[in-house]
Design a protein around this ligand. Structure first.
Ligand code: ADE
Length: 237
């Protein structure tokens, strides 16, 4: 069944945006996923269509009102999958979370603007808070695009035959090995000889060694997890 995606936002014109192009866009027109955007402002009750107010206790910026956000969430109920709020305070997105989301029948994403959303509406709906990394965007819309791009490429039939959707090296907890194509000599920079050898086992061993080396150098966090697994495999014989 196609993945149903609901997006609650003050800027519905943001979507599908880049998700309407390339592989994701083709999959959208083929019905492999569908998109419903809900304009949160349509749930404001006063004549000025107010969606935010100043924080109790003082401080800078504005907070999205719980009653308005609640009414917007209610409009997409009953939901059959997780309700996700994009915020730098959330659990940092990783490929395991992306795989879990890609297996759901429906995803609902709440995009905040201003300083954020009143905590009570997050608590009342048991919302999953997700961050796309340790930096601050001006709103949840771009974070939603990033999360959805990662999810949509994993949907059945979205990627071409040449790509599995699961980069083998990354799935083992390593960064990818370096890639080369023609010409074999470009401005005096030559492709590693083993890749021209036709020895599949030697190529595989070289790629593994390269992936391990670059992961160890660049991502000690990933490397310690991988090194622990590798040691465990060895001990199991
Ligand atoms: N909204 C603002 N910054 C964000 C981030 N880093 N991740 C998710 N949502 C956000």
């Amino acid at each position: 069944a196609p993945l149903k995606i609901n997006i609650l936002t003050l800027f519905p014109e943001t979507f599908p945006g880049p998700l309407g192009t390339s592989l994701a866009g083709k999959a959208l027109s083929e019905g492999k996923w569908s998109l419903e955007t809900v304009d949160i402002r349509t749930f404001a009750r006063d004549k000025h269509r107010t969606v935010d107010d100043s924080p109790f206790g003082g401080g800078a910026g504005m907070v999205m009102r719980p009653d308005v956000v609640d009414a917007a969430i209610d409009a997409v109920w009953p939901r059959r999958g997780p309700l996700i709020y994009l915020t730098p305070r959330g659990k940092v997105l990783d490929q395991a979370m992306v795989r879990r989301y890609a297996a759901e029948p429906e995803l609902t994403l709440l995009c905040g603007r201003y300083e954020g959303v009143d905590q009570r509406v997050l608590d009342a709906w048991d919302i999953e808070e997700v961050s796309i990394g340790d930096f601050i965007l001006s709103g949840g819309e771009m974070a939603t695009l990033v999360l959805l791009d990662a999810v949509i490429r994993l949907l059945p039939g979205v990627m071409g035959n040449s790509e599995s959707g699961e980069d083998e090296s990354f799935e083992r907890g390593l960064l990818e090995y370096p890639l080369y194509t023609r010409p074999a000599d470009w401005q005096g920079r030559v492709v590693p000889e083993v890749l021209l050898s036709g020895h599949h086992a030697k190529v595989a061993a070289w790629r593994r060694q390269q992936a391990e080396e670059i992961t160890r150098q660049r991502r000690p966090d990933l490397w310690s997890g991988y090194a622990a697994l590798k040691k465990n495999d060895f001990n199991k014989g």
